[in-house]
Design a protein around this ligand. Sequence first.
Ligand SMILES: [Zn+2]
Ligand SMILES: [Zn+2]
Length: 403
Amino acid sequence: MGIPAGERICSKIDEIAGELWRTSLFLHEHPETGYKEFQARDALVRAASSYGFEVAEGAGGVGTAFRAERSGAAQGPKVAFLAEYDALPEIGHACGHNLIASASLGAAAALGSLADELSGSVLLVGTPAEEGGGGKLRLIEGGVFKDVDFALMFHPGVKNLICRTTLARRAISVEFRGVKAHSKESWKGVDALQAVLELFRMIDGFRSTMRDRTLIHGCVTDGGKIAGINDRAAAHFSVRARTMQDLEIAMERIRRAISAAEMVTGASATFVEGETLKERLPNRSMALRFREKLRALGEDASFPDAYEPAGSSDAGNLSHELPLIHPYLKITDRSISSHTEEFAEAAKSERAREVMILAAKALALTGYDLLTDHEFRRRAERDFKERIPCCSMGACDEEGGSR
Ligand SMILES: [Zn+2]
Ligand SMILES: [Zn+2]
């Protein structure tokens, strides 16, 4: 009897832990924002090649993306670990993506080292520009995930959480055109600013009838230049909702409010809607398996509170394409928020190093099960196909019941 695969996976990660941490710190010290992550890409591509992966750079036509693959002994499913590596302007790695990159690199390297005894492939996909760039949308469009069966990553945070969802999101910018008039003859004009103000009033009016967690935030981007009748005014709104259906309902009401503002004021509107981030649907079976691995490694994770605040992420769109998990592991005990200087500090701490190694192990062990446990794989696929919620609001069950 040889050494069990799980033990070999963990020893491999321990063996390369120094390299993984150096990569993580290198990214932290050289923060690059979305679509400009050249040094990060090069560092990860170099490392993946040294671990025996075949690397294709510029995956999906995105310059700073890559797709690294190590094929097993026979055909089988393709399991991808996702590496995010973009930083934020000014505050660097304040979302800790340096840790995501090195944990996924470690998981891929360790699981890949068993390739000769596996059916299927291990992938490391470099996914740029998560922070506002929608990098994963470009990679989906570019066919990077077409043949991929499962995707896994972890995200650093302030709590250990599985099954955390994110909100669907779309922005809309609207411009109203009116007729300029001098205030002494204001009745000759059509006030574009009035149309913007009417729009805000209507949105405030229907806010209370929106589904729970539908959030509409706006700003006036052009309120006119003079205190008279202005012929141009503009506003920008960010719309978030729990599901794509709720998002579409909110968008339709905003479009109708725009028409109503035109009708009331006589101004004419043009509007542009931005791209859509879909809500994230974490895969239930994979999330529970990840937690099992975490527990075996001496840590634990819980389901989020029903009202845990959630942002939006391009991983949401990917979770509509294939079974995906995106658990959170805490890198600090302080109750700080990501996207702050404190979080950037935490992302290079000793604690962050330990968590990154733990994440690499739990991800790799979950990936191993996906490649070798047919029954588990079938359940994960069924959860995905039937869109079985990982955790619906207020109905999170500690043992993952309610199915
Ligand atoms: Zn972030
Ligand atoms: Zn992030």
